[in-house]
Write a protein that binds this ligand. Structure first.
Ligand code: ZN
Length: 234
């Protein structure tokens, strides 16, 4: 926190100097607003409630789906500078490795805002649990979202259970519980899998369990629709 406060005042100072040097009085407020928009958001992250963190994610997805992205307007240089030594993401997302699910983009977020773990079929493994536990216990993310997506190749492959090269079939066993309950529906298997993996996180991680008990985090599952760009959460 202290570092953060320092960085805010440093930014204030630099903003002031920059404004003073450039001698442009008009626009100072705007510039301060723009430049301070970043640390203000970072500061807010630590204060967000789990519900507010989820709301923030979903609001970003609404902007994305409506083609009204705002994250691209952030000054990347300022962002990099202020996230080089630390990170304060407000959310963690476990998503599929699918190239059509660029997590930061679909939630209209930029550097330092989301802690992302990706693996085919967005499944919970010991390594993924360890990764997300770091997000919760060390970084203090307020919401954990397990995100499946329509037309997921991993789930589709697990449903067919065909012979596949290399170690690809290792994925199947993680996806089987959802596939078995899906009644042969791919959409249902995808949604059930996200729910199943979220439940695994809630129950098999002591860190997540304790954070849930203390009201410090929220674990939700959702599905991203490749066609509409919309995320639906449960
Ligand atoms: Zn997938």
């Amino acid at each position: 926190m202290q570092n953060h406060d320092e960085s805010v005042s440093e930014l204030n100072r630099r903003t002031f100097l920059h404004s003073a040097v450039s001698g442009v009085a008009i626009g100072i407020a705007a510039r301060v607003g723009i430049e301070l928009g970043v640390p203000t958001m970072l500061e807010a992250q630590t204060n967000l409630s789990p519900d507010a963190a989820l709301k923030e994610l979903l609001a970003g997805n609404e902007r994305f789906a409506a083609n009204r992205l705002t994250s691209v307007e952030h000054d990347l240089e300022v962002l990099k500078e202020h996230t080089a030594d630390k990170q304060q993401p407000f959310a963690a997302v476990l998503a599929c490795a699918d190239s059509r699910v660029p997590v930061e983009l679909i939630f209209d977020q930029t550097i330092g805002h989301i802690f992302v773990a990706r693996v085919a079929g967005n499944m919970v493994t010991p390594e993924i649990i360890a990764t997300l536990e770091y997000g919760v216990a060390v970084l203090g993310v307020k919401v954990l979202l397990v995100l499946g997506h329509t037309n997921c190749g991993a789930v589709k492959a697990a449903m067919k259970s065909d012979t596949v090269p290399g170690q690809i079939s290792v994925l199947y066993k993680h996806l089987r519980p959802a596939v078995e309950k899906s009644g042969g529906s791919l959409d249902k298997a995808i949604s059930l899998n996200a729910e199943h993996q979220a439940e695994l996180l809630r129950t098999s991680s002591t860190v997540v369990r304790d954070a849930l008990k203390g009201g410090k985090v929220k674990v939700v599952s959702g599905v991203y629709d490749l066609a509409s760009g919309e995320v639906t959460v449960k």
